[in-house]
Design a protein around this ligand. Structure first.
Ligand code: COA
Length: 413
């Protein structure tokens, strides 16, 4: 859907630190976007059967009407991969063109390996590095900041930044103060390097860890993991709703203003703001704080609830698909949440709607997905087979003899 950016020629000439020599200024353009949400809808009325709540209360306090809930077979990885495939389609890129995959998530499938590595494998992005980013609801903005910095440095040409969550798996379904807020989904963008000005103009990241316990999912705490002591309540989201509300309304306008100042701009320059979709009242506050009309603040919280790191890229993909952005428009992103952490980015929209229809890249993309699908079981089978090779058996036998000798020496002593 977008005109493909001309990629910088990959030269073999590198500086001592491995980076490509910076002969020209590089810009990180947003060239692809995609979203994936589960089909299962949980409405406010459905929630009335689970906790003591009602549609009027939820709508008035949050603006949320319904949220999507992942089915058993759906995972953070599967949602992230589908969103990434759609973003690659819009950018008209191949998985093998991608140099870096960042998955911002508060609900990774494992502490390690990273969800990003699983996505890399499913996509067949054979030349990409991959890592997860933990900054809760601000994770996507943090990811855009990291990936665009590497592109501007000339170290990479193309990155996938994904926000993906299956929060329904960690929500306390008996706590009406939190379970009404959260939903599942994923959104992804492609950032690509170009010599043409535009793209990510500025970004700022901030944190205040003194508020760590205002919004927390303790499972991944190195101190008290539920895996260690079987305390499953550690696998639940805890939130100080009022405290988080006060924090969010304080930082939402300030952080975007700071990012705009960095780009020598003012709120009047903004064509659209996509804040983290936490709560309609917080988003209304953003319009007031920035003194911009409410219709310049994009909201879909009514349909998806708070999908944490996924909320901004989901909203961005929707806004782009609805042609809410045209080339030259300035877009503001602002994330805030657990950490406490927050961040904002200012992006000049440069994606041009392309010709509809299939391109040659579509076929090549599908063949790379198919290759990745075949490669996975083959490589895994091969690794098992290697354990049965005569060399591996000989090595295991040698090791066992060595261990026996060491054991008998120690008993003789
Ligand atoms: N349905 C009905 N009543 C509810 C309820 C629910 N789902 N949740 C709480 N209540 C009740 C409370 O028990 C309380 O009753 P009481 O006065 O009899 O004790 C009353 O509603 C007010 O509760 P309170 O917690 O003070 O509500 P609130 O106005 O602070 O709204 C939030 C709660 C969570 C909606 C609000 O604090 C908020 O939006 N916070 C920000 C949350 C957020 O965005 N988090 C993610 C950031 S990334």
């Amino acid at each position: 859907m977008t005109e493909q950016l001309t990629r910088s020629p990959r030269t073999n000439h590198r500086n001592l630190n491995g980076a490509r020599p910076r002969t020209t200024v590089r810009y990180a353009h947003l060239t692809g976007w995609g979203m994936e949400v589960p089909s299962q809808v949980l409405s406010n009325t459905d929630l009335e059967a689970i906790v003591d709540t009602n549609d009027d209360w939820i709508t008035a306090r949050t603006g949320i009407k319904e949220r999507r809930i992942a089915e058993q077979r759906e995972t953070t990885t599967s949602l992230a991969t589908r969103a990434a495939q759609k973003a690659l389609g819009v950018a008209n890129l191949l998985p093998s063109d991608i140099d870096l995959i960042i998955v911002a998530t508060a609900t990774p499938e494992h502490i390690f390996p990273s969800t990003a590595s699983l996505v890399q494998d499913l996509l067949g992005a054979r030349d990409a590095g991959a890592f997860d980013l933990s900054a809760a609801c601000s994770g996507f903005v943090y990811g855009v900041d990291m990936a665009s910095a590497k592109i501007r440095l000339g170290e990479i040409d193309a990155a996938l930044v994904i926000g993906a969550e299956t929060l329904s798996r960690v929500v306390d379904w008996s706590d009406r103060g939190t379970c009404i807020l959260f939903g599942d989904g994923a959104g992804a963008v492609v950032l690509q390097g170009s010599d043409a000005p535009g793209g990510v103009l500025s970004s700022i990241l901030r944190s205040d860890g003194s508020g760590w316990d205002m919004l927390t999912l303790p499972t991944v705490s190195s101190r008290d993991t539920y895996l260690q002591d079987g305390q499953h309540e550690m696998h639940r989201i805890y939130m100080d709703g009022k405290g988080v509300y006060r924090f969010a309304t304080r930082v939402i306008g300030d952080s975007l203003r700071t990012a705009l100042e960095k780009a020598n701009m003012t709120p009047e320059d903004l064509a659209l703001v996509i804040p983290h979709q936490a709560n309609q009242r917080i988003m209304d506050h953003a319009a007031k704080a920035l003194k911009i009309p409410a219709d310049r603040v994009y909201s879909n919280v009514e349909r998806y609830g708070n999908t944490s790191a996924a909320s901004i890229p989901i909203a961005l993909a929707e806004a782009a698909d609805k042609n809410r952005l045209k080339p030259g428009d300035v877009l503001g992103l602002v994330g805030f949440g657990g950490g406490l952490a927050w961040g904002a980015a200012v992006i000049e929209w440069t994606a041009v709607p392309g010709k509809p229809g299939y391109s040659i890249t579509w076929g090549r993309r599908q063949s790379e997905y198919a290759r990745a699908w075949v490669r996975r079981p083959v490589v895994r089978f091969w690794r098992r087979l290697m354990l049965l090779s005569p060399r591996a058996i000989f090595r295991r036998w040698q090791r066992r003899i060595h261990q026996r000798r060491a054991a008998s020496n120690s008993t003789q002593e």
